[in-house]
Structure formats: structure tokens, C-alpha cells
Design a binder for this molecule. Structure first.
Ligand SMILES: Cc1cc2nc3c(=O)[nH]c(=O)nc-3n(C[C@H](O)[C@H](O)[C@H](O)COP(=O)(O)O)c2cc1C
Length: 328
């Protein structure tokens, strides 16, 4: 069982932080389907920007399921420490530091995964942040900068020495971006080399893969990102399989009801204008999983208000309802 500081995480499946995807409505859904923890989208460590609409929407809310985990990204130790303190003041119960993001915008400023090249700076950041807060600090990394410098084990040891309480590793290097397949050998090596809990991440998209990655790496938990898009019930399915139970597969009607709940929550979280725009990508993922033709997704994208979006989903999937199961 995964334990991070005082927090016992009851499911070994965690939702990955995904900017633009793992917002509060999506985190709530995934927690409802059995994700043991759901990390916020990354927040810049520059707290002077936290007043912007983008950042405000990412700040923790107190009625989110515990433990509330806020992820921060930056490169300056004191700035990250201040961001961690502010996060804790706002209700974060765990702070996660992002050293895994390959995005150019983040890397140009030597934040995200670019930091993996600067081991001394990593150590300084981790020590400074851990010393600044009373809540557990966790770290998310890739396996290294590129295939020639896979230094995950070195970083993991630095992290352990600095007091980091759990480490997530995405099984790709920074240079890999999202190409190729994730590899889990490096993760297994880190699990064997440190005593803090290690969370394996990358391409976990089915119960079979989840079982295989747990067995191969010995990780304390798994983190799932893209595979949960359009099918948050994946957490329920994988958890059932890990417990040797038959996974319940939702019917189209259940998915439709879930979509209505999700889309309504997005309208509420972002306000109608932005909510309608953000709902489009999530609905496209659901429709893709339901194998509904592209023309239908395009038609949904033309809709301009909240009511139209909800009616469209109801008509498509509930009025013409069938109780067919969604393909597993
Ligand atoms: C759209 C998107 C946004 C992401 N945003 C973040 C982020 O804010 N912080 C972070 O640490 N990783 C971020 N990631 C990386 C994921 O957390 C995860 O490590 C990666 O997607 C691999 O896991 P997966 O194969 O299960 O998706 C993002 C990934 C995607 C696809």
C-alpha cells in the first residue's frame, strides 16, 4: 500500500497531472472511479502569476477528495519553496515538484525535465522546498535527459536524501518526448535502489499492462494519464482486475450520464464560455471510445452554448439509447 507522509492511499492507481486535462472536474470523476490520488495540473512556481484566470482555476479547493496534491513547476529553489508554502496555506496536503515536463515553454526556463541535467540544482531545490513546508513533498521525473544520460537513479537518491516522500517516474527520457514506448527497466532499477515509494508512469492503458508494470518494477503504485481521457472508469476496471474481480464495463447509457455530469461540471468550473470550449476535447475522447463517427464529433464542436451541448449528448446517447456495453 502506498503511504505518503501521513496519507495512506487506498488505491494503487493515481491520476497523472495533465495540464489542460486533469482539472478539478476530471479529477473528481477519476477519484469517483477509484483513483487513489489525483494531482493538479502544474502551477507555475511564480506566485505573482497565481492571480491569472489560468492559475486560479488550478489552485486547490478544500472540498476536493484528500489528499489534495498540488503540482508546482519552476527552477529557482526559493521561488519553488514559496510556491509550496502558498500551496499548503491554500489547502494542499502534498506538494509535487514537476521535473518531468518536456514542454518547451517549461524547458526554456530550465524547469520541468530540463532540470534533470543539473543534479546540484535539483538537490538544492528539493532540500529548500522540503525545509519550507510541513506537508510531504513528492517529485515527478522522467528517466533522464536523453538515452545517453538516464540518471533517474542518481536523482532518486538525491531526492531520498533531501526528504522527498515519493517519486513518480515516467518511463521516457526528456528527449523521447512522447515518442516510442515507455520502458520500465529504469523504474525497476530505481525501485531497487531507494527506500521511498516509487510510482511507475507511462503508457499504462489496460489491466494487463498495469499488472505487468507492477510485477516488472515492484513499484508502490501506478500513475495513469492519457489512457484515462474519455474513460475515467479505467481506474475501476484496473482496480477490479488487480483484485481478481471481473471489471464492470459501463453501458452507453452510463457513459452518457457520466458525460452529462462531466460536461455540466466543466460548465460550472470554467463558466459557460470557456467550459463549452474545454468540454469539446473531453467529449471528443468519449465519443472516440464509444466509436462514434467523426462527423458527430465535428457537429458537437459547432455547438456554442451549454444547453446545446447537454441536449446533443442526451439525444445522441440517451434518447436513442441502447444498453450496449462500451468496448473494453
Ligand atoms: C496533455 C498533457 C498534459 C500534461 N501535463 C503535465 C503536467 O502538468 N505535469 C506533469 O508532471 N506532467 C504532465 N504530463 C505528463 C503526464 O503526467 C504523464 O507523465 C505522461 O502523460 C505519461 O503518462 P501516460 O502515458 O499515462 O499518459 C502531461 C501529459 C499530457 C498528455
Amino acid at each position: 500500500m502506498l503511504q505518503i507522509g501521513p496519507h495512506i492511499i487506498h488505491s494503487p492507481l493515481l491520476l497523472a497531472p495533465m495540464a489542460g486535462v486533469a482539472d478539478l472536474p476530471f479529477r473528481r470523476l477519476c477519484r469517483g472511479f477509484g483513483a487513489g490520488m489525483a494531482v493538479t495540473e502544474m502551477l507555475t512556481a511564480d506566485t505573482s502569476k497565481w492571480g491569472t484566470q489560468k492559475s486560479r482555476l488550478r489552485l486547490p479547493v478544500l472540498d476536493e477528495a484528500e489528499p489534495r496534491v498540488v503540482q508546482i513547476a519552476g527552477a529557482q529553489p526559493h521561488q519553488l519553496a514559496e510556491a509550496a508554502q502558498r500551496s499548503a496555506d491554500l489547502g494542499a496536503q502534498i506538494v509535487d515538484i514537476n521535473m518531468g515536463c518536456p514542454a518547451k515553454k517549461v524547458c526554456k526556463r530550465a524547469a520541468g525535465s530540463a532540470l534533470l541535467r543539473e543534479e546540484a540544482l535539483v538537490a538544492e531545490i528539493l532540500k529548500t522546498v522540503v525545509a519550507a513546508v510541513d506537508i510531504p513533498v513528492t517529485l515527478k521525473i522522467r528517466t533522464g535527459w536523453d538515452l545517453q544520460s538516464r540518471n533517474a537513479l542518481t536523482i532518486a537518491r538525491l531526492a531520498e536524501d533531501a526528504g522527498i516522500q515519493a517519486l513518480t517516474i515516467h518511463g521516457r527520457t526528456r528527449a523521447c518526448l512522447f515518442n516510442g514506448e515507455a520502458e520500465y527497466d529504469t523504474i525497476a532499477e530505481v525501485v531497487a535502489g531507494v527506500d521511498i515509494p516509487v510510482i511507475a508512469n507511462g503508457d499504462i492503458d489496460s489491466p494487463e499492462r498495469a499488472k505487468a508494470v507492477l510485477a516488472h518494477t515492484g513499484a508502490a503504485a501506478l500513475m495513469i494519464g492519457r489512457a484515462a481521457q474519455g474513460q475515467p472508469w479505467l481506474f475501476r476496471q484496473i482496480n477490479a482486475c488487480l483484485n481478481n474481480e471481473t471489471p464492470p464495463i459501463p453501458t452507453r447509457r452510463e457513459v452518457a450520464e457520466l458525460m452529462l455530469e462531466h460536461v455540466t461540471a466543466m460548465h460550472g468550473h470554467y463558466g459557460e464560455g470557456m467550459g463549452v470550449r474545454i468540454a469539446r476535447k473531453h467529449v471528443a475522447w468519449y465519443l472516440q471510445k464509444l466509436q462514434i463517427e467523426r462527423a458527430c464529433r465535428r457537429a458537437f464542436n459547432q455547438l456554442l452554448d451549454a444547453q446545446q451541448q447537454l441536449e446533443f449528448i442526451s439525444e445522441l446517447l440517451i434518447t436513442n439509447n441502447n444498453n450496449q456495453e462500451v468496448a473494453a
